[in-house]
Design a protein around this ligand. Structure first.
Ligand code: HEC
Length: 251
């Protein structure tokens, strides 16, 4: 009986996807400005993250749910946003002749995608689809730590590990084999505020930016949460005092 239980336990353990795929996910942590009930986003870091996204990631990844006007949250003013948008071209139409045409983007437009559709994206990436990054931070467990680790965990392949053509070794990715080539090598960008451009620093900036993209209203949510808890505490005290008063004559 005991033997059978142990065998079943072993089978269950060994068949779990992480083990079967040959590698546990190794996550690295950092203290994020946005964690905890009073957490807020770091605007300067998000602006740097947006710059890195544009210069490094946007060649493969779209962020279709983000409109240029949303960048007001990153601390840009309206004219800066207009200027950012005007650097992009978006498809519009049909015009009076029934044709689609390209025009400069305006703040109300969403960020254009690098590929026309998913099949084109797959064709350009060895058959793997670079996912849209708008909600990726919320679509993965431990979003912030995961993104930070994923971007900074490309490592030398250990002896005896076979990495097939078109895959890359990354210890933060489930199974350790990812179809995305290493995007950051350090000093990939230069920041006007003179911030660090190491792989870790840039990954942290990207994480701030992607966390904001996935949950732009986080700060409001936390503010309301804290206010609600504060209100409830006062309400409990008042209710208790009222109860004591109402029942004071009953012995
Ligand atoms: C050369 C194209 C290319 C570039 C540049 C690139 N990626 Fe990717 N990325 C991919 C592909 C392809 C996948 C799909 C990987 C897979 O399915 O194994 C991917 C997957 C991802 C994922 C999802 C991982 C998961 O858990 O499924 C994230 C997050 C990501 N990329 C972020 C980034 C960021 C941030 C940058 C910029 C620093 C970037 N990528 C640059 C091609 C690229």
């Amino acid at each position: 009986m005991l033997k059978r239980t142990i065998t079943i336990l072993l089978l269950v353990l060994l068949s779990s996807p992480a083990v079967a795929a040959g590698g546990e996910v190794e996550l690295r942590s950092r203290s994020w400005s946005f964690s905890g009930p009073f957490g807020t986003y770091d605007k300067a870091s998000m602006q740097r993250g947006f710059q890195v996204y544009t210069e490094v990631c946007a060649g493969c990844h779209s962020m279709k749910l983000i409109a240029f006007r949303n960048f007001i949250d990153l601390g840009y003013n309206e004219s800066e946003i207009k200027a950012i948008a005007s650097q992009y071209e978006v498809k519009d139409g049909p015009n009076d002749d029934g044709d689609m045409f390209l025009r400069a983007a305006i703040p109300a437009d969403r960020m254009p995608a690098p590929y026309a559709n998913d099949n084109a994206a797959r064709a350009g990436n060895n058959g793997a689809l670079p996912p849209d990054l708008s909600l990726i931070a919320k679509a993965r467990p431990n979003g912030a730590d995961y993104l930070y680790s994923l971007l900074s965990s490309y490592k030398d392949v250990p002896d005896g590990k076979d990495v097939p053509e078109g895959l890359y070794y990354n210890t933060a990715y489930p199974g350790h084999l990812i179809a995305m080539p290493q995007p950051l090598y350090g000093d990939d960008v230069s920041f006007s505020d003179g911030s660090e451009t190491t792989i870790e620093a840039v990954s942290a900036d990207l994480t701030q930016f992607l966390m904001w993209a996935a949950e732009p209203k986080m700060e409001a949510r936390k503010r309301i949460g804290v206010a609600a808890v504060f209100f409830l505490c006062i309400f409990v005290i008042v209710s208790y005092l009222a109860k004591r008063r109402v029942w004071a004559d009953v012995h």
